[in-house]
Design a protein around this ligand. Sequence first.
Ligand SMILES: Cc1cc2nc3c(=O)[nH]c(=O)nc-3n(C[C@H](O)[C@H](O)[C@H](O)COP(=O)(O)O)c2cc1C
Length: 193
Amino acid sequence: MSKEEGSAVAGAFWANSPVIAITSSWEGKVNGQIAVTAVTSSIVHEIPRLLVGIWKGNYTHEFITNSKAFTVHLLRRDQIKLVKNFGFYTGRERKKFENLDYELGVTGSPVLLDAHSYAECRVINAMDGGDMTAFLVSVVEGKLYDAGPWMTLNDFYTDAPPEWIAEYGEKLSRSVSLSMENIHNINYSSWEP
Ligand SMILES: Cc1cc2nc3c(=O)[nH]c(=O)nc-3n(C[C@H](O)[C@H](O)[C@H](O)COP(=O)(O)O)c2cc1C
């Protein structure tokens, strides 16, 4: 029994999780990021829900808290460039949709036309986690473009060139330092729809 072993068990929820592209729109602007912190959270087939964790430092967090909507995309394993585009840079500094085909869906969030699949989501509740927010969302619409497998975090680390992994590793350490400052600073007031 040790905290390290507990951490190893928690790691299982990273390694095999799907790598998703989350896109959102606010005041005529579009943005998106990569995440792996999404899990199913409804046992009612007709009422699909997800629980999605988004770090507060991400520009996309602002879009989601304001628009209360986003689109979750599963990616094909060959879409690793999309992971770099959405996950290595912030939309505060570069436009991420310049060379991408997309349209705005029923929630107003961007829907990528080239992906494994997508689910459009509306936020129905949110919980502060200090450095991140856990959004409970209702899936309102979706489409499967592809019947094959989707990209997992393991696939990303297997397929990404070493220099990409190093670049992302540096970005991740900066994010972890920021998280350490805020992770215990939880606001317990409830979310207002
Ligand atoms: C493989 C990978 C996994 C990631 N997982 C998450 C995650 O689970 N949650 C999160 O908030 N950010 C995650 N990120 C980081 C964001 O995608 C990244 O900080 C992004 O640049 C934020 O962009 P934005 O500032 O335009 O919103 C991940 C990035 C990569 C490359």
